[in-house]
Design a protein around this ligand. Structure first.
Ligand code: KG4
Ligand code: ZN
Length: 365
């Protein structure tokens, strides 16, 4: 495989079973040799959310198939890898255990080193994999399970500036879609409706904007939307196309405004610590939201700050980010053995108390 490191990564912390092979020679750009993702959406559809037991079983059934496919697409044998990296948390514990067990088996069988990776670190390091971003930078992680601002200083050095105190934003988009009879995942459906709606017709709250700092809250917003929907239905006896679009537009405008202002504050806090390196990166499925992305882009342009938004397949859950984080950790001398534990919670910033609550897709860490 030439100079450098080649790592097989496995990911199974939520509802995607994924395996990938990444190669990185120092001084060059990392290369994704393969990235395979088996989604489980159809298994959970009928339940309105991810069912942990179903997810764990599906991971256990698919992980080895996924790993074999990733190796095949990378055109290599397992023995040619330098290490195996696996998500060891945080997440739905049954899925994380499935991944860790599979990685241990592969590592023992092939006599390869094992590296346990924090799923959030995988997301947080993705801008280095995709855009070669240097440390330090500010990361906004926004998905169905996570929501936090992190100063990323090294592959094992993170400072959390704030995050959601209840729902993750993707979770709120999904719930809003359910309340309005739109399909799952809710984000793209709500965004499409919002594009046709009037964001001014309903005035939704801007939660926690009146409080200092960059913590966020999305659960009250969802309740406000429920009330507004019920009020329309009571008055008109049903929900029209126009009403649905206006509700989505009002909700999305509120999320965008809160995120933009909280990001501005997080950037202030980041600049206070790292003035010479202005960079903001986003990851997570909600980063696919065009109006939100545009708002963050405009904000950073006004502040002379580089803005990095990785391509969507690498913003959402995947194993290339785990393989890449594994490469950085391996290079830093990190090794695990057969005692590697699967962790439902695993905050990146251990100096601070963990955020409260569990998202529909697992622990918020
Ligand atoms: O990162 P991701 O694929 O999975 C995890 O949550 O880990 O994120 C999925 C979330 C879902 O809640 C989905 O509704 C949301 O990202 N999402 C969006 C958009 N596309 C996906 N939210 C808002 N706007 C979008 N365009
Ligand atoms: Zn994730």
């Amino acid at each position: 495989m030439g100079e450098g490191l080649t790592v097989l990564g496995l990911e199974s912390s939520c509802d995607d079973t994924a395996a990938a092979v990444v190669h990185h020679a120092e001084g060059q750009s990392p290369e994704i040799l393969s990235s395979v993702v088996f989604g489980q959406a159809e298994l959970h559809d009928a339940f309105g959310g991810v069912v942990p037991e179903i997810a764990a079983r599906a991971h256990a059934e698919k992980l080895d198939v996924c790993a074999a496919e990733a190796l095949k697409r990378a055109d290599m044998r397992l023995g040619a890898a330098d290490a195996i990296a696996v998500t060891a948390g945080p997440g739905l514990i049954g899925g994380v255990i499935s991944g860790v067990m599979c990685a241990k088996g592969l590592a023992a069988g092939a006599g390869l080193p094992l590296v346990g990776v924090n799923h959030l670190a995988g997301h947080a390091l993705t801008p280095r994999l995709t855009d070669g971003l240097d440390y330090p930078y500010l990361m906004l992680l926004v998905s169905g399970g996570h929501c936090q601002f992190l100063i990323v200083r090294g592959c094992n050095e993170f400072k959390r500036l704030g995050g959601t105190i209840d729902d993750a934003p993707g979770e709120a988009f999904d719930k809003v879609a359910r309340l309005l009879g739109l399909p799952q995942p809710g984000g793209p459906a709500v965004e499409a409706e919002a594009a046709r709606g009037d964001p001014e017709r309903f005035s939704f709250p801007r939660p926690l904007l009146d409080r200092p700092g960059c913590d966020m809250s999305f659960s009250g917003l969802k309740t406000a939307l429920l009330r507004a929907r019920d009020e329309v239905m009571r008055r008109r006896g049903g929900l029209g196309t126009r009403d649905r679009a206006d509700l989505c537009a009002g909700f999305q405008a509120a999320v965008r405004e809160v995120m933009r202002e909280k990001t501005r504050r997080a950037l202030d806090a980041y600049f206070a610590e790292h003035p010479p390196q202005p960079a903001l990166a986003v990851a997570g499925g909600v980063a696919a939201n065009t109006p939100l992305r545009e708002a963050l882009k405009t904000l950073t342009e006004g502040l002379d700050t580089r803005f990095v938004a990785p391509p969507l397949p690498l913003c959402t859950d995947n194993a290339a980010m785990i393989a890449y984080a594994g490469i950085e950790l391996f290079r830093a001398g990190h090794r695990d053995d057969m005692s590697l534990a699967a962790r439902p919670r695993w905050p990146l910033d251990t100096a601070q108390a963990a955020m409260l609550g569990h998202g529909k897709k697992g622990a918020k860490a």
